[in-house]
Structures are given as C-alpha cells and as structure tokens.
Design a protein around this ligand. Sequence first.
Ligand SMILES: Cc1cc2nc3c(=O)[nH]c(=O)nc-3n(C[C@H](O)[C@H](O)[C@H](O)COP(=O)(O)O)c2cc1C
Length: 236
Amino acid sequence: MRRRHYHHDYFTTVVLLLAGISTLVIFGRQEMAMAEEPPSRVIELPGPASEGSVPLERTLAQRRSVRSYRQVPMTLEEVGQLLWAAQGISSDRGYRTAPSAGATYPLEMYISVGDVDDLAPGIYRYRPREHDLVALIDGDRRDALTRASLGQGAIQKAPAVFIVTAIYARTTGRYGDRGIRYVHMEAGHAAQNLCLQAVARGLGAVVIGAFHDREIRAVLGLGKEETPLYVIPVGK
Ligand SMILES: Cc1cc2nc3c(=O)[nH]c(=O)nc-3n(C[C@H](O)[C@H](O)[C@H](O)COP(=O)(O)O)c2cc1C
C-alpha cells in the first residue's frame, strides 16, 4: 500500500511539474507576442494634441449623427487624435481619457481603414500605451463590415471606421455581473469622446449598434472572449 502511495505521489509531482512548465512557456509566449509586435506591423501615430481651438460647448451643440461623407481622405493625425480621445493615455500613471471602473480597462479600439493618408487599407488595433497601431489584416474590409451591419451605407462610404470592443472578463473578474453594466457605460464614454473630438476636427460620425456580433468578430479576427459593442464610421 505504502509503495503504491509513494508511486502515486511521484507521478503526480511529475505531472504537476510538466503542467507548470508548459503553462509558463505558453503564457510567456503570449506575453511576448502581446508586448513585441514585429516592427513592420506597427505604425506610430503623431503625438495627440491636448488643446484645440473649438470650445467644448460648440462640439456639444454641433454633435449630430452624420451618415454620409465627402470622398476625401482622412489624415493619420486625425485618426490618432480620435483614438486618443476614445481611449488614449492622459496621465503618467496610465489613466485614460475615458473613465474605467476600477481602472480595469475592458475596451479595445480597432480601425478599419479605407481612405487614410499614409495608412494602407486594412484592419488595425490601437495600443493606448504606445499610441500606435498594429496592422492585423490587409485590405479594405468596409464591404464586409457593412454586410455585418445590416447593409448600413455609412460604413461603406466612410474613409475610416472605428470599432469599440470589450473583453468583459477584465471587469467582471473584479465586479462580477455588475461589471457588465460598467463595460457598457465605458463604451458610451469612449464613443462620446470620439464623437465630440470628431466635431472639433470638422469631422462627422455616427455610432452604430445594429450589427451581427459573430460577423463583426469574423471580419476583425476577434476571439470569443471579445465582443464588438460599437461600429463608428467617421469622415468629413
Ligand atoms: C446605442 C445606440 C445605437 C445606435 N445604433 C445606430 C445604428 O445602428 N445605425 C444608425 O444609423 N444610427 C444608430 N444610432 C444613432 C441614433 O440613431 C441617433 O443618435 C439618434 O437618431 C439621434 O440623432 P443624433 O445622434 O443626431 O442626435 C445609435 C445610437 C445609439 C445611442
């Protein structure tokens, strides 16, 4: 009996050790993959402006949903400014332009580029800390986004389409089910920041909530843990 018990313990120890090592390797790789993008896939954004000439009151008074745009390209500076307004870093301690429950930061920002100076058509993910873009998928994906959004023409015609997604677990991990409402509140904060910044830059935007999650996920190449919340076409 005693001997068998000894064998069992030895076996368990080896299995646990192997499991531990493989977990370390897998997580180590993931960390590396997240931290170090190949340089060719990273596009630096111009530093965001923290002052502007349009009063906040005017942006509030003028904000309206805009669903058609002039066919002129947006600039990389405008794209960077809008992403910063939505989720950019605004403090040395890593806090952002939009509030976040417990600073859990469940939101991710993507952009589907159609016609932006110095930015090839494709899908990009915004990295707030680096204030840059990581290229994820090459090619204009606005048609696919439009189909996924019940054929809404604003998406097709916009030079750039911003997408707000959420990883709920970041917030529900701390707040349980109540975290779900917090995440939705945060998406509203981020989207409104983006819309007001658009007005201040002479741009128009509309927040779109009517789309098929599964199809948007497929277009952006998102995992199951990440949920698209808002699609926001922007243009002049
Ligand atoms: C949660 C939410 C979802 C929305 N979804 C859509 C949408 O799918 N398509 C669209 O054209 N507008 C959408 N809108 C924009 C509203 O239609 C618009 O805000 C409303 O008509 C008021 O007009 P205004 O934004 O110009 O003040 C949405 C707005 C919100 C807040």
